[in-house]
Design a protein around this ligand. Structure first.
Ligand code: CMP
Length: 139
């Protein structure tokens, strides 16, 4: 069975470049219901914890530094088969490999500055949503 929720962040470079409105429009137009949204500036500890699964990867420190470099928009999104449908909308992790018309192809600058994060599984969607939002904030 596939879940109805996914979690996303609009990353600092996309926020700073002024792409948040266009990215939000693409998400809403694709039929996602925004269950929760907030603009936050992560601390090093928070970003480190969020990306803890990548702790041993060579890009971890750079990723944490980047994700704390400016505010992000964090969102919980709802749609049928949310994780897979959203991953199709955003495209491949590396914008250079993302399909035309996807969010990362349009707004991504590099593998790290790839415009948006998207949960990779239903289990992580729940964990990541609760990292940022209480039940009260998801409606
Ligand atoms: P995101 O969906 O936020 O999840 C982890 C992030 O690590 C990923 O997007 C990329 O921005 C970043 N990253 C940097 N280098 C790599 C890499 N070699 N493989 C996968 N992700 C990477």
């Amino acid at each position: 069975m596939t879940g109805k929720l996914t979690f996303t962040m609009i990353k600092p470079s996309a926020v700073e470049a002024g792409h948040s409105g266009k990215i939000l429009d693409m998400i809403i137009t694709a039929g996602f219901h925004i269950r929760g949204i907030k603009k936050v500036k992560l601390s090093t500890a928070q970003a480190g914890k969020f990306y803890e699964v990548h702790k041993e990867r060579p890009f971890y420190q750079s990723l944490v530094a980047y994700m704390t470099s400016g505010p992000v928009y964090a969102m919980v999104l709802e749609k049928e088969d949310a994780v897979n449908t959203f991953r199709k909308l955003i495209g491949a992790t590396n914008p250079a490999e993302a399909e035309e018309g996807t969010i990362r192809k349009k707004f991504g600058l590099s593998l790290e500055k790839n415009a948006v994060h998207g949960s990779d599984s239903d289990e992580n969607a729940i964990i990541e949503s609760h990292f940022f939002f209480s039940e009260l904030e998801m409606n």
